[in-house]
Ligand binder design. Structure first.
Ligand SMILES: [Ca+2]
Ligand SMILES: [Ca+2]
Ligand SMILES: [Ca+2]
Length: 675
């Protein structure tokens, strides 16, 4: 078959609404997810605008505004909406303020967006005693009348600073004060899908009149286009992250809150954003942010230089099919590795013997067959080194033709330039090997899936004995239909996570994370999973994440769900303060079997192996891109068949993904096209 080279997902999904870019750049910039700092826009680089004074109360600074020249506190919306003249359809507004006692019946405007040629308030936020009103103007729905959304019992007049988050989406309006329980209001008129800001201006603390001026202190006013920022802001223990709501912040480890006071006044302790022209960056400014309003750049001081947090160097544009790799038979796992001075290899764990599994070598920009190795329903390969020795271990799921069941460690022979058998280890329907080093000692852990029909068996951790040159049993850990080991370190601590799939009656069972303490692994945390097939650990800045691939939701004791396979797979984040992983994001997957994390330029990605949707094995696997406060957002849909495993690798020519199919003898190399 000579099908033309198929281009998989040529167009970039900017993914705000899951649709494709069609009309060039405008569309793209309309969904620009950068924070728009309204407050800083009023402050000229040279100093303060007329009508503004800085006050400091309780150690926190804010602006006090005067009513004499309300227009001086305004600026054209086009200064913020550079590429697109529509107000976002969904957004959050974050305000930090301190209000004075307002006489009853008096209204004070926090800000307005007004058409130049009329007195219409297109968007506005207004405070009256114990009430907050959000105003907007909708031509499509209310015949050009203003709609007012009122939040009651909002008492801000306690001489304290407060942070408000207003999240708007369609007909639903949600106000959160100091990360307390949100106050949700649903109204008949939805926020307009297309509100033009052409010839409109923002006014700070007023509605272009002297009357209704805000008399308190205003410290922060940010518009965040896109989804509701509240969950990100208020579930995170790191309020530094939270209040800024940009990916940048996440680069910094959470500071341990000294007390609940910190939670109440996040800005007082944590807000370290500087505006204006480039400030100095020394160790005193470390972890401070600089928002360059004129260029919309957000920068983080790392102790010596300002690092750009919002601009990307290289960007993944699309993914293109690069090589069809015909395999010996269906392929469960793949392992890509480099043998120093020899080259780049891929090992495929194949189903049938003969011919068994194969190792391919990257030659002239392609994988070509290099060595066949007899394996018995091989599930995965693991490459590792101990000193100068190079090893490759296979997990065999079945017995050999003589009824013996074992998995094998192969060693690279420099003389033969092949892998040769080194050590056999008795295993029970082995699924996976993990290799790691703790305090200079080498370990190898096998996942035993089941013995006969019994899924509740021990998986084993072996320790390398340098004297005998063999792996010896060091610890056994009870597992239930286990699929995967994942080793990782955080600072001086070593962890091992197991993915438990099935205990004989249910796939809704706990998978466990172990920590190395006093010479052995001890239980650290248990997480409820659904036929967990894979754990993937990854770091973004100083943040540590753990993603689980949930394959299957089945419980013999509960009614059959509509679909066993279309279920969430979850990403957890290490919370340093709580010393545990907490749920960060759920992503809908279709019998997910693997996650692979990779980066391109300054961008981070996760690709999931979706294998089955309940009807067919031909399902799209998805590449998600890290978008800061939005978490991971789908950007590319890749057609796959029974997708089992993903591997990311780089050569001098570029970045690639390799995927294996558990349903057909064809793996594929995809090339990541960048600009
Ligand atoms: Ca593993
Ligand atoms: Ca993985
Ligand atoms: Ca993988």
């Amino acid at each position: 078959m000579s099908a033309p080279l198929l281009v998989w997902a040529v167009l970039l999904h900017w993914a705000a609404h899951g649709s494709l870019v069609q009309g060039g750049k405008t569309w793209q910039h309309c969904t620009d997810l950068r924070p728009l700092d309204i407050l800083s826009e009023v402050v000229p680089a040279s100093g303060l605008a007329r009508g503004m004074r800085v006050f400091q109360v309780q150690g926190v600074r804010g602006f006090q505004l005067t009513a004499s020249r309300p227009r001086a506190l305004g600026f054209p919306a086009s200064r913020l909406f550079i590429h697109c003249d529509r107000f976002p359809e969904e957004f959050s507004i974050i305000v930090t303020l301190r209000v004075l006692n307002v006489p009853a019946k008096r209204n004070e405007y926090l800000f307005t967006l007004m058409a130049e040629e009329s007195h219409s308030v297109l968007v506005g936020l207004r405070y009256s005693p114990n009430k907050l009103h959000f105003l907007f103007w909708s031509q499509e729905h209310s015949n050009g009348w203003q709609t007012r959304v009122t939040f009651r019992n909002v008492s801000l007049s306690d001489n304290q600073w407060h942070t408000l988050i207003l999240a708007v989406s369609g007909q639903s309006f949600s106000l959160t004060v100091d990360c307390n329980v949100p106050n949700d209001v649903v109204v008949e008129t939805p926020f307009p899908t297309s509100l033009s800001v052409k010839r409109a201006s923002f006014y700070l603390g007023n509605r272009r009149r002297r009357k209704g001026l805000f008399t308190g202190l205003l410290r922060q006013l940010v518009l965040l286009p896109g989804a509701d920022a509240t969950p990100r802001i208020c579930t995170s223990m790191n309020f530094k992250v939270a209040t800024l709501s940009v990916p940048a912040v996440l680069q910094d480890l959470p500071a341990k809150p000294a007390s609940n006071e910190v939670l109440k006044y996040p800005y007082e302790t944590d807000m370290k954003v500087t505006l204006g022209s480039r400030p100095p960056c020394t160790k005193h400014e470390k972890a401070h942010f600089w928002f360059n309003a004129s260029q919309r750049g957000l920068y983080l001081c790392n102790g010596s230089t300002w690092i750009s947090m919002l601009e990307v160097k290289q960007r993944l544009d699309y993914v293109e099919e690069y090589q069809n790799l015909v395999t010996n038979s269906e392929t469960m796992g793949i392992e890509v590795f480099t043998i120093p001075k020899v080259g780049l290899f891929a090992a495929t764990a194949n189903r049938y013997t003969p011919p068994g599994s194969a190792i391919y070598k990257w030659t002239d920009g392609k994988f070509v067959p290099y060595q066949n190795i007899p394996t018995y329903q091989a599930q995965s390969w693991k490459y590792f080194t101990i000193g100068k020795k190079i090893f490759l271990a296979v997990a065999n799921f079945e017995q050999n033709d003589r009824g013996q069941e074992y998995s094998v460690i192969y060693k690279w022979s420099r003389r033969k330039e092949k892998f040769v058998t080194y050590q056999r280890i008795t295993t029970h329907s082995a699924r996976d090997w993990e290799a790691f080093v703790i305090e200079g000692e080498a370990f190898l852990a096998v996942v035993n899936h089941r013995e006969g029909n019994n899924h509740n068996i021990d998986s084993v951790i072996y320790r390398w004995n340098p004297r005998t040159g063999q792996f010896e049993t060091n610890q056994t850990i009870p597992t239930s239909g286990a699929y995967d080991w994942e080793f990782f370190t955080i600072g001086p601590y070593s962890f091992l996570a197991v993915a438990n799939t099935f205990n004989g009656t249910s796939t809704k069972i706990y998978s466990h994370i172990y920590i190395w303490l006093n010479g052995s692994f001890q239980l650290f945390q248990s997480i409820l999973t659904f036929g967990a097939a894979d754990w993937e650990v990854f770091h973004i800045g100083d943040r540590v994440f753990l993603a689980v691939a949930n394959s299957h939701s089945y419980d013999s004791r509960t009614p059959v769900p509509s679909n066993f396979y279309a279920i969430n797979s979850s990403i957890y984040e290490l919370n340093i303060t709580a010393q545990m992983f907490v749920k960060f994001q759920d992503l809908l997957t279709y019998s997910a079997l693997d996650w692979e994390f990779f980066s391109v330029g300054d961008d981070y990605f996760l690709v999931v192996a979706n294998s089955f949707d309940g009807f067919t094995f031909s399902v799209n696997s998805i590449i998600y891109r890290w978008q800061g406060y939005e978490g991971f957002v789908a950007v590319h849909h890749l057609p796959t068949v029974g997708c089992r495993d993903w591997e990311a690798f780089n050569t001098s020519e570029g970045s690639y993904l390799l995927y294996s199919s558990a349903k057909e003898p064809l793996s594929k190399v995809l090339k990541l096209k960048t600009t």
